[in-house]
Design a protein around this ligand. Structure first.
Ligand SMILES: Nc1ncnc2c1ncn2[C@@H]1O[C@H](COP(=O)(O)OP(=O)(O)O)[C@@H](O)[C@H]1O
Ligand SMILES: N[C@@H](CCC(=O)OP(=O)(O)O)C(=O)O
Length: 274
């Protein structure tokens, strides 16, 4: 069984585009319904959950019946604006099934560096949590072009985990975890169970996304884990294909790849350090 650096009371779960949409970009209703069920189950156990969901661009393109825009930034932004509505509508219905409300939070990475934005985002998310509402975060693609260019909701989810001082960041993707190489191109690649140091060798294993809908691949997930590690927050990358993985992971089962948060010399996880 796994030991976490902190007792798990608050977690950030990030789902990638490939987890909430089908290959053609259409919203994966079944997956979203299962996700809502798992999250509500955690909430009922007293574990607070903040969800970060990608998929706005993929969903928007499907809705508009256009190819997913690649290079054209304003086309991506407009497509995301359409898809975000469909995505949230699906989450709204899925959580309503269990009597839970959701709150939409659109952020940019600037919350990390801008003190006022940081405080406002922190206050809003914390207030939603206090109200028993599930915050659902995506990047604000209309005003932010950095993330949209790099497809990097992974880093944004780490920023959110730090912002709310989460005990765990769970990155759910279309793959079992970090392998020694992309297993879609290298059949000898091996799954790594635990990472305690992120060095150049490890970074070089994380390649770009192979799928049509995902962006950033493992490289951005390793970046996210590195940000959390510094704050003593564990990060786990696991497969969203079976969402019961969420409860298994929380039970301490050895699923996916864990990046262990740094601890101080007494072995205690760093906490409440800005
Ligand atoms: N070392 C690696 N281990 C596992 N997957 C990798 C690795 N390098 C690249 N990948 C690719 O990263 C993809 C996951 O990233 P991405 O498609 O961006 O997912 P998401 O949409 O969930 O953010 C995998 O499907 C795989 O093709
Ligand atoms: N804001 C964009 C995020 C794109 C993105 O980061 O995608 P992913 O690599 O699937 O997490 C969207 O919702 O489409």
């Amino acid at each position: 069984m796994r030991e976490f650096s902190r007792e798990i009371k608050k977690i950030v779960i990030k789902v990638g585009s490939s987890s909430v949409t089908h290959q053609n970009g259409g919203v994966n209703i079944e997956r979203i319904e299962e996700l809502a069920k798992e999250i509500v189950n955690l909430e009922n156990k007293g574990i607070r959950v903040i969800l970060v969901s990608s998929g706005a661009i993929a969903t928007g393109a499907h809705r508009l019946d256009i190819e997913r825009p690649r290079g054209d930034v304003s086309a991506k932004q407009a497509t995301a604006a359409v898809g975000q509505v469909t995505l949230m509508n699906t989450f709204l219905k899925a959580f309503a099934e269990y009597g839970f409300s959701i709150g939409q939070i659109l952020l940019t990475r600037m919350v990390e560096t801008n003190k006022i934005m940081h405080e406002n985002a922190e206050n809003t998310i914390n207030r939603l949590i206090d109200m028993g509402v599930i915050p659902i975060v995506n990047e604000n693609d209309t005003i932010s072009t950095f993330e949209i260019n790099f497809g990097d909701n992974d880093t944004l989810s780490a920023v959110v985990a730090k912002l709310v001082d989460a005990d765990l960041l769970l990155l759910l993707s279309d793959i079992d975890g970090l392998y020694t190489n992309d297993p879609r191109i290298d059949e000898d690649a091996k799954l790594i169970s635990e990472v305690s140091i992120i060095d150049e060798k490890l970074r070089s294993m994380g390649k770009d996304a192979y799928s049509k809908v995902g962006t950033g691949g493992m490289a951005t997930k390793i970046n996210a884990a590195a940000l959390c590690m510094e704050r003593g927050i564990d990060t786990i990358i696991a497969n969203s294909i079976d969402l019961k993985n969420i409860r298994r992971i929380i039970r301490g089962e050895d699923i996916g790849t864990i990046f262990k948060g740094k601890t101080n010399k007494n072995g205690e996880a760093f906490k409440n350090i800005k």
